[in-house]
Design a protein around this ligand. Structure first.
Ligand code: ADP
Ligand code: ZN
Length: 214
C-alpha cells in the first residue's frame, strides 16, 4: 500500500505517520527528516538545502525528487510506503506518479489532514523535536515524560530553526501558494480522503484508520 499525507505544516502529519507506520509495518518516508539528516551530516544535499529550510522555503524539486527516487530504489518499489511532506508541489506529484507507474505501482490513498491556521501556528510554536529520531512533542498538548528528553529514544529535544515565528508564517504562506493545489490534484484522481486535523491526536488517528480501511 502507498499512502501520502497532505496538509499544512502543523497538521500533525509526522505524529500520525510515526504511529501508523509503527503499528502497521509501513515504511515512513519524511522528506523533512531526510533533509534535516543531510544537513546534520553535512552532505552536498544538506549544504544546498539548509538555507531554504531555515527560512521556510521549499528545497528545489529536483533535489527532493532525487532523494525519494533513491530511497524507493534502495528499499524496494513493491514495499508499503507512507510519504510525509512529499509531494509538496504539482511537479513533485507528477514525478512521483511517473516513477511509481514505470514500476507498475501507484498511490492508494492521499490523506488530507484539514487543519486551521490558528491550530497549526499554536502547534508549531510549542513543538519540540528529538535530535536523534525526529519524534515530535509539544510543550502543552503532548509533553514528553521527562522534560527535554525523547520518550522513544532518550534523545535531546530542541526547537527546530524553522519553528520560530517568522519561519512559521513563511511556511504557511508557502503551503498556500505551492502545496494547497495538490488537494484539487488528488481529488480529481479520486484519491483524496479528508480527516479533521484540528482534533486531538488520538481522534485524528481514529479517522485516519477509518479512511484507510484499517
Ligand atoms: P513541516 O511539514 O512541519 O513544514 P517538514 O519537516 O516536512 O516540516 O519540512 C521542513 C522543511 O524541509 C520545509 O519547510 C522545506 O524547506 C523542506 N522540505 C521538506 N519536504 C520538502 C519537499 N517535498 N519539497 C521541498 N522542500 C521540502
Ligand atoms: Zn527520539
Amino acid at each position: 500500500m502507498k499512502i501520502v499525507f497532505l496538509g499544512p505544516p502543523g497538521a500533525g502529519k509526522g505524529t500520525q505517520a510515526v504511529r501508523l507506520c509503527g503499528e502497521k509495518g509501513i515504511a515512513h518516508l519524511s522528506t523533512g527528516d531526510m533533509l534535516r539528516e543531510a544537513v546534520r551530516v553535512g552532505t552536498e544535499v544538506g549544504l544546498k538545502a539548509k538555507s531554504y529550510m531555515d527560512s521556510g522555503a521549499l528545497v528545489p524539486d529536483d533535489v527532493v525528487i532525487r532523494i525519494i527516487e533513491e530511497t524507493l530504489s534502495r528499499l524496494g518499489w513493491e514495499k508499503s510506503f507512507l510519504f510525509d511532506g512529499f509531494p509538496r508541489t504539482v511537479a513533485q506529484a507528477e514525478a512521483l506518479g511517473e516513477m511509481l507507474k514505470t514500476r507498475g505501482a501507484g498511490l492508494d490513498h492521499v490523506v488530507y489532514l484539514e487543519t486551521s491556521a490558528g491550530v497549526a501556528v499554536e502547534r508549531l510554536s510549542g513543538r519540540q523535536t528529538c535530535r536523534k529520531c525526529g519524534a515530535n512533542f509539544h510543550e502543552k498538548n503532548m509533553p514528553p515524560k521527562r522534560a527535554g528528553a525523547c520518550d522513544h529514544c532518550g534523545g535531546e529535544l530542541y526547537q527546530r530553526d524553522d519553528d520560530r515565528p517568522e519561519s512559521i508564517r513563511n511556511r504557511l504562506q508557502v503551503y498556500e501558494a505551492q502545496t494547497a493545489d495538490l488537494i484539487r490534484y488528488y481529488a480529481d484522481k479520486g484519491l483524496l480522503r479528508r480527516v479533521s486535523g484540528d482534533l486531538p491526536a488520538g481522534d485524528v488517528y481514529a479517522e485516519v484508520q477509518q479512511v484507510l480501511g484499517f
